[in-house]
Design a protein around this ligand. Structure first.
Ligand code: KIV
Length: 262
């Protein structure tokens, strides 16, 4: 197994995993000093391309930005989002994931769950492609930006989904906008690390969209902590974010999602 992935697995229950998104070499270079995982997210749709959702991001978009990001990375695990429509069946997923890895040299790919595509994950894993799962609010499949897992029934369903993704062979899983009780349950039941976004500090690690946390995107829901407002303090801000995550100062209780309001 990839050494970097082994290191991520070893952090479960030991040391919080620090993750951020990057779409360019210059940002990746700063992040690399502090992050365990750098994600080339399809959030580039909103952040870079000014689109309303992630649906129009293409494999070519992702490849171009990953090639740039890769140049700024020395030590972090490089994970890349598979765009919507590029993994609708096992053969297509395998073909596109292999292409992505071959062209960009990324370490792993991330796939959003639609609560059905477990076999696709398993096919990729069997083909030696490391997969990160993604549950809760999944922008490729869910139209409404909504808090997830707030009822007993929804909690049970999200846990089942997370367990199926683990069983399919994913090495970690993103929990997006999941209430603290549910993210705690999933994190406790899973052997693989959970990476939270808007899912409290009950997760094994945290991820945020870098442009949001630097105050560049204009998108600041409650779970986003703005660490800076200006480009020139990017490095200072990433360092502080990293420290906060490591000592579990972020997210604070006030960032936790409860009820239905952000
Ligand atoms: O696209 C992205 O940036 C993501 C993170 C929000 C986890 O999927």
């Amino acid at each position: 197994m990839n050494k970097k992935i082994l290191n991520i697995l070893k952090k479960k229950n030991k040391s919080p995993i620090v993750s951020l998104t990057a779409y360019s070499k210059s940002v990746a270079k700063i992040l690399d000093k502090y992050c365990d995982i750098i994600l080339v997210g399809d959030s580039m749709a909103n952040v870079l391309y000014g689109l309303d959702n992630t649906h129009k991001i293409t494999l070519q978009n992702i490849i171009q930005h990953t090639l740039s990001v890769k140049k700024g990375i020395n030590k972090s695990l490089l994970v890349v989002d598979m765009p919507k429509g590029t993994y609708t069946n096992e053969n297509l997923a395998k073909k596109n994931a292999k292409l992505l890895i071959k062209i960009t040299g990324c370490d792993a790919i991330k796939i959003e769950s639609n609560n059905k595509n477990f076999k696709i994950i398993n096919t990729l894993v069997k083909a030696k492609i490391p997969v990160m799962g993604h549950i809760g609010y999944t922008p490729q499949f869910k139209k409404k930006f909504k808090i997830q897992g707030g009822t007993k029934n929804k909690r049970k369903k999200l846990l089942e989904e997370a367990l199926a993704i683990e069983k399919a062979g994913a090495f970690s899983i993103v929990l997006e906008c999941i209430v603290p009780q549910t993210s705690k349950l999933i994190t406790n039941k899973l052997k693989i690390p959970t990476i939270g976004i808007g899912s409290s500090n009950n997760c094994d690690g945290q991820i945020l969209v870098t442009d949001d946390m630097l105050g560049l995107s204009g998108f600041y829901p409650k779970f986003v902590k703005k660490y800076a407002s200006l480009n020139r303090i990017i490095e200072k801000a990433v360092k502080k974010y990293t420290r906060d995550v490591k000592i579990k100062k972020f997210p604070k209780k006030k960032n936790f999602l409860n009820g239905s309001k952000f």
